[in-house]
Design a protein around this ligand. Structure first.
Ligand SMILES: Nc1nc2c(ncn2[C@@H]2O[C@H](COP(=O)(O)OP(=O)(O)O)[C@@H](O)[C@H]2O)c(=O)[nH]1
Ligand SMILES: [Mg+2]
Ligand SMILES: [Zn+2]
Length: 306
């Protein structure tokens, strides 16, 4: 039988079956080779976005090996083993609703830190800009996070505000949208690409096992060619955690100043000669960011296993 060896990208995982799109565009259902299965058990799983080497013999496709990853989005659980949710992401959008459910700087900072801890640069999406409110003010938040160095998009699904920017960003490589349930992730994707018809709203949240809601994970292919990661793990961000020693490095505006702190390994909590606290007092670091840092660090300390 003619045997082919081809590279491919993992588009779906779940229940031991892997859907791989080969470099010639062919979509195959594959299993993984025995030795890789062994590794699966010890934690290094094949995930969506993985670039793999395939062996295809007639109808039978096998994942032979997994290439080194450029990036990994990792969820570190409380007392649980770290779980890789997706590989080789090119960008991660942190989607927060201004209202319904109302976001907070604490929530934004938590999500930004989780992405930073995976070594990626998040893009902040402030959604539901059409729901008018005095508090919080989209522009004030956008200014704060831009000053820290983040790219910020202000969006609204019904009025299509910011959608063309979001669309342009997602048309190459692999993107992921993470954020709390109800923030509007599926709705934004439906506006970007109306052909998707993703389920949205209370229904999709309540059942969690509906038509489109995945048991496993998948890459959604946009009409423009971009890929978007969809995994059930993106919703339960409250369960993610970060190593206490790395929390500080996940606040980009702290990084530069902390080099001049008097003590190496300064926690920026109580040490004398702390340049981060000096910057806070002089208003060069936002109070809300420092409060988030304190909270996330305390929380990380309290986690089991550290
Ligand atoms: N007013 C308003 N409602 C939105 C917007 N985006 C999403 N929604 C609504 O918010 C609810 C949750 O959206 P959904 O996409 O399911 O959120 P997800 O859980 O993040 O995927 C739905 O009822 C949407 O219609 C928006 O920009 N403006
Ligand atoms: Mg959704
Ligand atoms: Zn310090």
């Amino acid at each position: 039988m003619n045997e082919q060896h081809r590279p491919g990208v993992v588009h779906e995982t779940g229940g031991g079956v892997y859907t791989v799109v080969l470099d010639n565009g062919q979509r195959v259902h594959a299993s993984i080779r025995g030795r890789l299965k062994q590794q699966q058990r010890t934690g290094s799983r094949v995930v969506i976005g993985d670039q793999v080497q395939m062996k295809v013999e007639g109808e039978v496709a096998t994942i032979e090996s997994v290439n080194d990853r450029r990036t990994e989005l990792v969820r570190r659980g409380r007392g649980r083993a770290a779980k890789i949710l997706a590989a080789n992401l090119d960008r991660v959008f942190v989607v927060i609703a201004l209202r319904e459910p109302r976001g907070s700087t604490q929530l934004i900072d938590r999500m930004l830190v989780l992405v930073e801890a995976s070594g990626m640069q998040p893009v902040l999406v402030l959604n539901k800009a059409d729901l008018k409110a005095t508090e919080p003010d989209a522009e004030a938040w956008a200014a704060l996070y831009r000053s820290v160095g983040y790219q910020v998009l202000v969006t609204s699904a019904p009025s299509a505000t910011g959608i063309s920017e979001l669309h342009d960003e997602m048309c190459s490589g692999i993107s992921a949208l993470i954020g709390p349930s109800g923030a509007g992730k599926s709705t934004l994707l439906n506006v970007v690409d109306p052909g998707l018809e993703l389920s949205t709203g209370a229904l999709s949240r309540k059942t969690g096992t509906g038509r489109h809601t995945t048991v496993g994970s998948r890459l959604i292919t946009l009409e423009c060619g971009g890929l978007v990661a969809d995994t059930p793990g993106f919703g339960d961000v409250g369960l993610w955690s970060v190593d206490p020693e790395t929390v500080g490095s996940c606040f980009p505006e702290f990084a530069e100043m902390s080099q001049d702190c008097r003590f190496r390994g300064c926690t920026h909590l109580h040490e004398p000669g702390c340049m981060v606290r000096e910057a806070l007092e002089e208003g060069r670091i936002a109070a809300s960011r420092y409060v988030s840092y304190q909270n996330l660090r305390r929380e990380a300390k309290e986690q089991d296993g550290y």
